[in-house]
Write a protein that binds this ligand. Structure first.
Ligand code: GDP
Length: 456
């Protein structure tokens, strides 16, 4: 990537909207914006300070295209660290495309996917972990997830990781100095003290690793299957959770033929719901397909919500479903609690982590269900203020760093040379530098930013 070029892209969604923002970034951003945009006041953009804006008109070949606001950012105080002009125009798809074309014609290059954030990284505005969190903020679907991503963006994880790196670097520096300059007055390396320091770093890295699963729950949601024989109220429940009619609610058994998927946000967490066709032995071909899918979904789900019609005695089909509950974290829902209860509650209680009596139709006890789900998935323990690892790249590198530190402790323990210990500590530092992007190949950088959208 040539960072000397000036780039532009539409940074807002490509759809009709109140406004659209075209971002121009690079050494010539202000001069190029001036060719396209004339302020109403006659003041030139190049005379404007950073963080100021002006009302004016965007032009193409002398013809006015739209009335816009231009906001000027001066390097290094901008998202990318370069001079940036953002043109906020009316959000019509056509108008936005025309303003962008005028900007291109004035001499900028079309920005690649993620190029603004990539430049921010290359200009030292963000490290790689913080840059990755930008994507996580954009794709957040719940309050906790957004808060956790913002914490990472603001450096919570980077600060923690960097302080561990500094500790390791100090240890390595001391070991090297002691080995290389025996005649100098360098304090002797005490094996016990060294081992204690390494163990403390190891414990902290492991703690960060453990948070990975919490990060995934916040980010990706919990894969959840709603299962139950036909007519117990699964669709009604799903609609209650999703807040709108997604699957067909009907009193005719077996009409929810296929799996309907919906992500619902329950405040702190997101459930990715599969509402399956009733698990029900049947000769009906279409419904059998649904039943098979339901069974296979249960195996790969993290949470099973089993719905029972509490107003009638349990049947063999219900007992089949109860058996599924032993496989994953499970909540039994004794639905239709507005009617007289006939189902054997004690039997259900034996097999499920939580049992909730509710009426999906009348939306009673919905909050109890949410609390039960949170308890079963240990969501109450997630603290978004913790520095959460968010993706596989980060997890793998942290794990490699932990392994090196563990090996260094072991090397010390079995009496290998301090040289060998130093090499392992330096290797751990290498992985941490790769994690933050301090030492990273162009391929890795390209891979990270390739996942971004154009305009970010
Ligand atoms: P599914 O086949 O399991 O998806 O069941 P549906 O959601 O289609 O519901 C079947 C029937 O049960 C519909 O007539 C619903 O209105 C009714 N139903 C669902 N939940 C309740 C409830 O809590 N109480 C009562 N009385 N009826 C319910």
């Amino acid at each position: 990537m040539n960072i000397d070029t000036t780039i532009a892209a539409i940074s807002t969604a490509q759809a009709s909207a109140g406004i659209s923002v075209i971002r121009i970034s690079g050494g010539e951003a202000i001069q190029i914006a001036e060719k396209v945009f004339r302020t109403k006041s006659g003041k030139k953009l190049s005379e404007m300070k950073g963080y100021t804006c002006a009302l004016g008109t965007a032009h193409e070949n002398g013809e006015a295209i739209d009335e816009c606001i231009a906001t000027v950012f001066r390097a290094p105080h901008s998202y990318t660290g370069e001079d940036v002009v953002e043109l906020s125009c009316h959000g019509g798809v056509y108008i936005t495309a025309r303003v962008l074309r005028a900007v291109y014609d004035a001499g900028v290059v079309a920005a690649q996917a993620g190029e603004f954030t990539k430049r921010a990284f290359l200009n030292g505005k963000l490290d790689l972990i913080e840059a990755e969190s930008v994507m996580d903020i954009i794709s957040s679907r719940s309050k906790e997830s957004a808060r956790a991503a913002l914490n990472v963006k603001e450096g919570a994880l980077s600060r923690r990781i960097n302080s561990l790196k500094d500790e390791l670097l100090n240890l390595a520096a001391h070991l090297n100095a002691w080995a290389d300059y025996p005649e100098e007055d360098i304090p002797v390396v005490e094996n016990d003290a060294l081992s204690d320091s390494l163990k403390s770093v190891e414990a902290q890295l492991k703690d960060i690793l453990q948070n990975y699963d919490n990060g995934r729950i916040l980010k990706d949601g919990i894969d959840t299957v709603i299962a139950g024989k036909p007519n117990v109220g699964k669709s009604t429940l799903m609609n209650l959770l999703a807040g709108f009619d997604k699957s067909i609610v009907t009193s005719v058994a077996g009409t929810t033929r296929d799996i309907v998927e919906e992500s619902v946000s329950l405040g702190d967490i997101v459930l990715n719901l599969s509402d399956t066709a009733g698990i029900h032995e049947t000769g009906d071909e279409i419904e059998s397909i649904g039943v098979d899918k339901a069974r296979s979904r249960v195996n790969s789900a993290a949470l099973l919500l089993c719905v029972f019609d509490a107003s009638s005695p349990l049947t063999d089909d219900d007992l089949d479903i109860i058996r599924l509950a032993n496989e994953v974290s499970s909540v039994a829902i004794l639905n239709k609690s507005d009617l007289t209860q006939q189902a054997d509650e004690a039997l259900i209680k034996e097999h499920f982590d939580e049992v909730v009596k509710m009426s999906a139709k009348y939306a009673t006890s919905a909050d109890e269900l949410v609390q039960a789900i949170k308890r079963v998935c240990s969501v109450g323990d997630i603290n978004s203020a913790n520095a959460l690892l968010y993706n596989e790249r980060q997890r793998t590198l942290t794990m490699k760093a932990v392994n090196c530190v563990s090996e260094a402790i072991e090397a010390l323990h079995i009496g290998l040379t301090l040289d060998a210990v130093t090499v392992l500590i330096e290797e751990a530092v290498g992985y941490i530098c790769e994690l933050t992007g301090e030492r990273v190949t162009d391929e890795v950088i390209d891979k990270v930013f390739h996942q971004f959208c154009v305009g970010k």
